[in-house]
Design a protein around this ligand. Structure first.
Ligand SMILES: Cc1ncc(COP(=O)(O)O)c(C=O)c1O
Length: 396
């Protein structure tokens, strides 16, 4: 992995130490070039015209879906382009038909985007069971046994994130999918924090839905994916572009991703996402995983050596991603984040990370400081963060 080359592709890495990748990632110039090329060389709408520009754009837009499908080994399913992971989860929540007494299982460590769409179904009489890890919550994720204990005949869906955006823990989604299916329930995996960083194989995972954000994997903002095994949910939007036939009495929907993408999509974004995946593939996701594990190990070790710092999450090792949350005794997380930016140009996130129930569960009223890594981060950057935290503490 040629980090110098990667950093040259991403000019912002020259100016800032960007460690807020769980929030959104930076895009290499190849992604921006793909979007620029579309705008300047063949801009047209998709699926509508027979003219040359529309044909080129339509083909590339189709290819972008194929690229996404290959990336997650999802060829048997349908990848729908959406604005972000949140929209993907909402599409499932609104697209399934629920009855009073149906139940959904999710977890206390899930992001608001994998909680609120289910909470809204409570007004329809759907019960939302928010389960918590049975082990030390700061170190553990929900296990298949936890799900198995909670599941019963009314459970329609288990919705779980594969990797936590606060703790960095990885959930056993394959086993959880199997438990859900044994009880006749569906399984939705929120892959916002896993797909950009880990080899993803929906076949192996066995889930029914996989939701993720393009902008967290080098793609443009405003891009995300809902992958579904079967086209069994109702589309959220109807109108142009998603039909087979329309009469004054009604319509029949198209099949494939078109059914779920009514209206003109974010075409430049889709082509940017295609370029982002091509870029990730050229480097190799396993390489990226190894690199991030090395950096996460150094970061956890360096921070753990500082007496006033506590890591909120599992130790370095296999079953975690490069999202490292920590607290500094006697200091507010926002103050640390401000000082790291101000004095060291280090960008980290602070606060509740859209996981208020988890913070309540862990008794962390001010949240945490969170450093989240990606392929372009370096060992030097990690050392700057560690020494920055140390100096900030010494300077109090
Ligand atoms: C685990 C998880 N799920 C969902 C989301 C929502 O992603 P988006 O903002 O792209 O909708 C995030 C964003 O941080 C996340 O970390």
């Amino acid at each position: 992995m040629d980090i110098e080359q990667i950093r040259q592709d991403i000019p912002l890495t020259d100016e800032f130490i960007y460690l807020d990748n769980a929030s959104t990632s930076l895009s290499p110039r190849q992604v921006l070039d793909a979007m620029y090329e579309y705008e300047t060389h063949y801009r047209a709408n998709v699926g509508r015209g027979v003219h040359r520009l529309s044909q080129i754009t339509g083909q590339l837009y189709w290819d972008a879906h194929e690229t996404v499908n290959s990336f997650i080994n999802g060829k048997d399913g349908t990848p729908v382009f959406v604005r972000n992971c949140t929209e993907a989860i909402n599409m499932v929540a609104r697209g399934l038909t629920f009855e009073t007494g149906d139940e959904i299982i999710t977890t206390v460590s899930d992001h608001h985007s994998n909680l609120l769409p289910w909470f809204t179904l409570r007004k329809q009489g759907v019960r939302v069971n928010v389960i918590a890890p049975s082990e030390d919550p700061a170190h553990a994720s929900v296990t298949a046994e936890d799900v198995s204990d909670a599941i019963h005949h009314n459970t329609r869906l288990v919705a779980i994130s594969q990797a936590s955006n606060v703790l960095g823990t990885i959930s056993p989604v394959r086993e959880i999918s199997a438990v859900a299916h044994e009880s006749g329930a569906l399984c939705l995996v929120d892959g916002a924090q896993s797909v950009p960083h880990m080899k993803t194989d929906v076949k192996e995972m066995g889930c029914d839905f996989l939701c993720f954000s393009g902008h967290k994997m080098l793609g443009p903002t405003g891009t995300g994916v809902l992958w579904m095994q079967d086209e069994s949910i109702e589309p959220l939007l109807v109108g142009g572009g998603m039909i087979e036939e329309v009469t004054i009495d009604g319509y029949s929907p198209a099949s494939g991703y078109q059914k779920y993408e009514a209206g003109t999509p974010h075409i430049a974004g889709a082509l940017g996402l295609r370029a982002a995946i091509t870029y990730l593939n050229q480097i190799g996701v396993e390489e990226i995983e190894r690199h991030e594990a090395l950096l996460a190990g150094e970061l956890i070790k360096g921070l753990s050596d500082i007496e006033e710092v506590s890591i909120i999450g599992p130790p370095a090792g296999k079953n975690r991603i490069g999202v490292v949350s920590f607290m500094v005794e006697g200091m507010h997380p926002h103050d640390i984040a401000h000082l790291l930016d101000d004095q060291y140009s280090v960008m980290v996130r602070s606060g509740n990370h859209c996981c208020m129930p988890l913070m309540q569960h862990l008794g962390l009223k001010d949240g945490t400081v969170r450093a989240s890594l990606y392929l372009y981060n370096t060992q030097e950057e990690i050392q700057t963060l560690i020494s920055g935290v140390r100096e900030i503490i010494e300077g109090i």
